[in-house]
Design a protein around this ligand. Structure first.
Ligand code: MLT
Length: 343
């Protein structure tokens, strides 16, 4: 390391000059501090790590965070605990991480919402770039339009006709302004030129329970939340929001092929820490993330939720930084054009 070379050259010249009493004490103090610092670096982590999920337990983000927490923890030799801090479209939990110490013990797993929040919120209490250190991307997740089982509509064509007819009598759920479900719902309303009635949850995990119970009509949610329910027949799957069909849910047409031209939205998840992580800590966390994403059980469980881990070269700080820059620009333009604001 350049810093260490500079330090040893400087110490060498001071030791060579036979420093007296106080000088020697100062040199020893620097040596001790340097040794303690590097031991601390080598030792990381020495206690459990918390991953903050800014949405309720049981939802798509929680699922992804819990999938990587255990294998990352095994690799790092420490337990990783997932803490759900939902509310305000994720901005409460993300804000908590922005203010946490940059020591690697508090991390964030969040999604596309990190790129939509700057345009949606005028008074965001953090900066998605300068308050966070990227660690790596985790996965890209398709989204689906789903509805309660008792809806009469048999396919997306019938559903769209019903949405156009009923408009604001239709209830649709999302996880707060800036959530993926909110973004997708907005895009759908704008594409169909309709207005539906929003029911807001702290995450789409609890929303899914209510959809299964038939307490609202429709939702646009990630396959990490919907795939199992669609397969089990507890809700109706109507369409995929991706450019091409989702192989695991191949029976669902895309919105594009159903006549909604240009409709494409999918979520993505990533791992950040608060600003100030040392290079050593970032490297250890990135290596642990990459190892987790290669574990057969993680790949298999993600496949069962219609998603895949990103390639190893995308599970890196540089790839996440680039992704966030692209997505902030992309969704910022869409949100400004739609004139939507959270406050
Ligand atoms: C969302 O729509 O943002 C998510 O589904 C949040 C969550 O993980 O619950």
């Amino acid at each position: 390391m350049p810093g260490q070379g500079w330090m040893s050259a400087k110490l060498g010249s001071r030791l060579g000059g036979r420093p007296r009493g106080r000088g020697l004490a100062a040199v020893l103090a620097v040596l001790a501090a340097t040794a303690t610092g590097s031991q601390a670096q080598q030792a990381f982590p020495t206690r459990p790590i918390t991953i903050v999920v800014p949405a309720a337990a049981g939802g798509p983000t929680d699922t992804v965070a819990r999938l990587i927490a255990d294998p990352m923890g095994r690799r790092l030799g420490q337990q990783i605990v997932v803490e759900n801090v939902g509310g305000a479209g994720g901005t409460i939990g993300v804000g908590r991480v922005a203010k946490a110490a940059g020591d690697g013990y508090t991390l964030l797993v969040w999604h596309i919402g990190q790129s939509t929040a700057p345009a949606l919120y005028d008074n965001l209490r953090y900066d998605v770039f300068s308050d966070f250190d990227p660690i790596g991307r985790i996965t890209d997740v398709p989204m689906t339009i789903v509805g309660k089982k008792s809806l009469a509509a048999k396919d997306i064509g019938e559903l769209m006709a019903w949405l156009r007819e009923k408009q604001d009598q239709v209830t649709y759920a999302h996880a707060g302004i800036g959530s993926a479900a909110h973004l997708c719902g907005l895009l759908l309303m704008s594409a169909l030129n309709i207005k539906m009635n929003a029911v807001v949850y702290r995450g789409t995990g609890p929303a899914m329970n209510d959809l299964v119970g038939g307490q609202f009509d429709v939702m646009c949610d990630q396959t990490t939340g919907t795939a199992n329910q669609i397969k089990a027949g507890t809700i109706k799957g109507f369409a995929a929001t991706t450019k091409t069909r989702i192989p695991l849910l191949a029976e669902l047409p895309t919105l594009e092929e159903s006549g909604v031209r240009g409709f494409e939205v999918s979520a993505w998840h990533a791992l950040w820490g608060p600003k100030g992580l040392s290079k050593d800590v970032v490297e250890k966390l990135t290596a642990a993330l990459q190892a987790a994403l290669q574990e057969a059980v993680v790949i298999e469980r993600m496949a069962g939720l219609a998603t895949v881990p990103v390639a190893q070269d995308l599970a890196t700080p540089a790839a996440l930084k680039a992704q966030l820059e692209l997505e902030v620009a992309k969704w910022g333009a869409v949100i400004r054009a739609a004139g939507v604001k959270a406050n």
